[in-house]
Design a protein around this ligand. Structure first.
Ligand code: SF4
Length: 694
């Protein structure tokens, strides 16, 4: 046991949890972290931190870590420990055998938003070169892919518009479908500070999140809408802005496409988009919607922050576009204190998307069908790039079930626990002939794996993460990789085994290649990051010091484009059999599927997922606090303990998904966003019944 104060050195690195991207000084003795101290000069956190980054690093050396490569011919067979060379040769041989038998497109890969930019760049490069197809996707598919789509369509860039500090200049802040004090705690504290200073707050959320309940932050308005009705709400807010003359006409005339704006003005003015119509859909009083719209539209600076409560819906992309419409109509894009700001879930969601981890886009969000972009990468990589988009994650599952997709390389992502409708995912995994999992632990997905390649934690590697404000920060190696290879080295070794050697001696050289090939990264290099600590892209000839606020003077796409956003109800309906709506979220001390935080002392704060149910619904079912309840949906069923609370409204229940045994995604369905296939985690019709302890 090492005592505090015994640290021999301090290494500045970046938190591996949420999209805030806090900077820490890791105090180290030998190869062991003594403590993590939030960095006062951290660009995103300025000395602040939360219980995850501060205390939950112990998973890196947990006894569950797998540090030896393993193979097995079938998922029923026992794992055999083998050398790196043997495991990589086996994986490469299987991928090549599958391609010879089923075709070039029968294999693909998934990148992780928990890995560095350099690592995700390498995985998509491996897929596009060694595999020769575009079958690469990222876990952003299941969280913020609608952000990428919606913001690109309207503003021209798939990223948030502001730096976090910008919120300190906001007069009105609208938080839609996000729970910053739990999901993004350091930003949540910054927001609370601004509200205490006098800014007004509008919360649009089906549940009473802490921002609403905090005695220090009285929300000006809480629009407690029904899950699945965001689009009706956003359209009603727009209706008020248009019909009450609150549009910033000079801004729109100068900055936005005229015909698209006029079409949108006519669309949102229709009676079906009025607050009165929305009241019947959302359950929120029309007067409250009108008051909130007036408050936002008349703010000197109005800022919108949103999260997965916006994106994880069948109309996730539509809501993102609706939010961008609101901001453009009120002139709230292009200066500090305003903007459209997605709160990204994982530390490197922004980065994994930037790095070309989508089946239709090369790094820098350039479509694979664009011949000029392909030529650039073909010249650099010396291969032909397929002009056809590849398979998204759900398409991979479908293709596996129809027998045309047989092999997958998964880096740092537990798709069996994190993707919806677990039964469907497992059925697809069972059809594959070569599943290669690269991870820290034998997770739920590894149960279906044939090859296990030990992963490396953020403490064991060099690289960069990009946070929700587009801030690129260094990740620095604190200790040697426990299994002998950092994740980027493992991908290089697999590429070599597949006959496509890549030559990098350090992640800085990978970043140099990214910068060379990606206009918004042209100015990024490790020397600059060393000097500045961090930098926000775009960073290039036009913006050598980076870009805290985007779309200043003009939108990235030139003129901003209003998009029509008709409300289409989800197909997930309540019925007599499934009369309640389940929605999901997260809590402060745990992170995502819990693979990391469950293996730390943070379980002392929270060691199970519970079902929140309103007292009226609980009483109807004879359920009391702490009782075990069965939850059944059209997809599956599971058992949890109940928390009876008015945080949820009647007819709505809520749970988190941090513990595999709770099986939250056994219940969620295959419904997904129409544009991006982001799953509709936030709306599942369920029945809840009292049951015996399992
Ligand atoms: Fe910061 Fe997020 Fe890490 Fe907490 S989890 S320390 S808010 S980056």
């Amino acid at each position: 046991v090492i005592q505090l104060g015994q640290a021999e050195r301090s290494v500045t690195t970046t938190c591996a949890y949420c999209g805030v991207g806090c900077s820490f000084k890791a105090e180290v003795k030998g190869n062991q972290v003594v403590r993590m101290v939030p960095a006062r000069d951290g660009g995103a956190n300025a000395g602040h931190a939360c219980v995850k980054g501060r205390f939950a690093w112990g998973y890196a050396t947990h006894a569950d870590r797998i540090t030896t490569p393993m193979i097995r011919p079938s998922v029923d067979a026992p794992w055999q420990k083998v050398s790196w060379e043997e495991a990589l040769a086996y994986a490469a041989g299987e991928f090549r055998r599958i391609q010879a038998k089923y075709g070039r497109s029968a294999v693909g890969g998934i990148t992780s938003s928990r890995c560095t930019n350099e690592e995700t760049y390498l995985v998509q490069k491996l897929i596009r070169t060694a595999f020769g197809n575009n079958n690469v996707d990222t876990c952003a598919r299941v969280c913020h892919s609608p952000t990428g789509y919606g913001l690109k369509q309207t503003l021209g860039e798939s990223a948030g518009t502001q730096d976090f500090a910008s919120v300190l200049k906001a007069d009105v802040v609208m938080v839609i479908g996000a729970n910053p004090t739990d999901g993004h705690p350091v930003f949540g504290s910054l927001l609370k500070r601004r509200i205490r200073e006098g800014a007004r707050l509008i919360v649009v959320d089906p549940r009473s999140i802490d921002l609403v309940r905090s005695p220090h932050v009285a929300a000006a308005h809480h629009l407690k809408l029904l899950p699945g009705t965001n689009v009706a709400m956003v359209n009603a807010l727009a209706h008020v802005i248009v019909t009450e003359g609150l549009v910033d006409e000079p801004y729109v005339a100068e900055r936005c496409e005229g015909p698209a704006f006029e079409a949108w003005r006519e669309f949102v003015s229709r009676p079906e988009n009025s607050p009165e119509a929305a009241e019947a859909i959302t359950g929120v009083a029309a007067a409250d919607i009108r008051a909130a719209a007036r408050l936002y539209a008349t703010a000197g600076n109005g800022a919108i922050y949103y999260g997965l409560g916006v994106t994880e819906h069948s109309q996730g992309s539509t809501t993102v576009m609706g939010i961008a419409n609101l901001a453009m109509a009120t002139g709230n894009v292009g200066r500090p204190g305003v903007g459209v700001n997605p709160l990204r879930g994982q530390n490197n969601v922004q980065g994994s998307c930037d790095m070309g981890s989508f089946p239709h886009e090369l790094p820098g969000y350039r479509h694979v069908s664009d011949a000029t972009t392909r030529a650039l990468f073909e010249d650099a990589w010396k291969v032909r790039i397929d002009p056809e988009p590849g398979l998204r994650i759900p398409n991979m599952f479908e293709a596996a079930l129809d027998g045309s997709f047989k092999g997958i390389y998964i880096q740092g992502e537990d798709i069996v626990q994190s993707d919806p409708n677990t039964q469907h995912v497992e059925a697809a995994m069972a059809q594959m002939e070569c599943v290669v999992v690269q991870d820290l632990f034998l997770n739920e997905t590894a149960k279906w794996a044939h090859v296990f390649l030990p992963g490396s934690s953020f403490l064991e590697k060099d690289g960069t993460f990009t946070n929700a404000e587009r801030r690129i920060s260094r990740v620095r190696k604190v200790m040697p990789p426990l299994a002998g290879k950092a994740d980027w080295e493992t991908t290089l070794a697999l590429a070599e085994a597949l006959g496509y050697p890549m030559h990098y001696s350090h992640p800085s050289e990978i970043m140099d290649e990214i910068a060379r090939l990606t206009p918004s990264f042209h100015g990024v290099n490790y020397d600059l990051l060393e000097r500045k600590g961090s930098i926000q892209w775009p960073c290039n000839e036009a913006a050598p010091e980076g870009t805290p606020t985007m779309h200043v003077g003009a939108f990235i796409r030139g003129k901003g484009r209003f998009m029509l956003t008709p409300y289409v109800p989800t197909t997930e309906k309540v019925t007599r059999r499934f009369p309640l709506i389940l929605t999901t979220g997260r809590i402060l001390s745990q992170y995502n599927v819990g693979a990391q935080t469950r293996r730390t002392a943070n379980v002392a704060w929270h060691d199970e997922d519970r079902l929140e149910i309103h007292p009226v619904d609980a009483e109807d079912r004879g359920i009391r606090e702490g009782d075990w309840v069965g939850i059944a949906s059209r997809a599956g069923e599971t058992v949890l303990r109940a928390t009876v609370t008015e945080r949820v409204q009647p007819g709505v229940v809520y749970t988190t998904f941090h513990f595999p045994e709770s099986g939250a995604n056994v219940i969620t369905t295959d419904n997904s966003d129409w544009a991006t296939n982001c799953p509709e985690y936030k709306v599942t019709a369920v029945q809840v019944t009292l049951c015996a302890q399992p």
